[in-house]
Write a protein that binds this ligand. Sequence first.
Ligand code: GLP
Length: 255
Amino acid sequence: MKVMVLPSAADAEHHVAALFAKQLRRKPDSVLGLATGGTPVGVYRALAAAHRAGAADFARARTFNLDEYAGLPETHPQSYAAYMKAHLFDLVNLSPARTHLPDGEAANAEDACRFYDALYRYYGPADLQLLGIGLNGHIGFNEPGFAPAPGGTHVVRLDESTRRANARFFGEGEQVPEYALTMSAGRILQARSIVLLATGAAKATIVVRALEGPIGTDCPASLLQLHPDATFVLDIEAAGKLEPETAAGPPLERG
Ligand code: GLP
């Protein structure tokens, strides 16, 4: 596992955006795995700026998002479909036909999961997958202690702690959905290259667990230790509780 520590959240976001722009230049028809949440907003802002500057062409790219809330129409501002449009899709040259998210408002969520997984198996795996990390170590919406999902994308019940953490994005009196559709941890690990971005002191404890703790489903992000090309990109605060030798990473990977 590679670890890269950068001085500020903005530096970390720019570094990750540059990795995506470079991926697009190296392989214009890349499959990009995308994430939502507060953490990647700055990455998408930097990528949109790179696009305007002519340094990131999405015309032939295809994107797959990790997850979507169950029961939210894509027009709901807190749906991940709306998030992706607002933060990236409407700001770059990505045709909607090449952007994919699980269908959160499908009448039959299981069918929607099967369809999404079939699409991912056809076009994927992702050349480069962006991840955030939940305060409890979740990746996508694979919550601690998740059961194996041989079918790949599946419906999950969200942890109360995740619903509380995400309540900040929802309006007063609005409920965070109880269920979500998520790509499985197994599918996520199929990506050729993975970059997990974590910023801010609130993530410092779970970052230690994921990087220095044992590999186990009680911390889904720890499974990334099994991946041959996974990098944690951290700001100083998120790296604040790591052992110095973990934070240093391999010599060539230092920020
Ligand atoms: C969300 C998403 C994850 C994300 C995580 C952290 O619920 N499903 O993909 O990584 O929680 O979010 P944030 O970046 O807002 O801390």
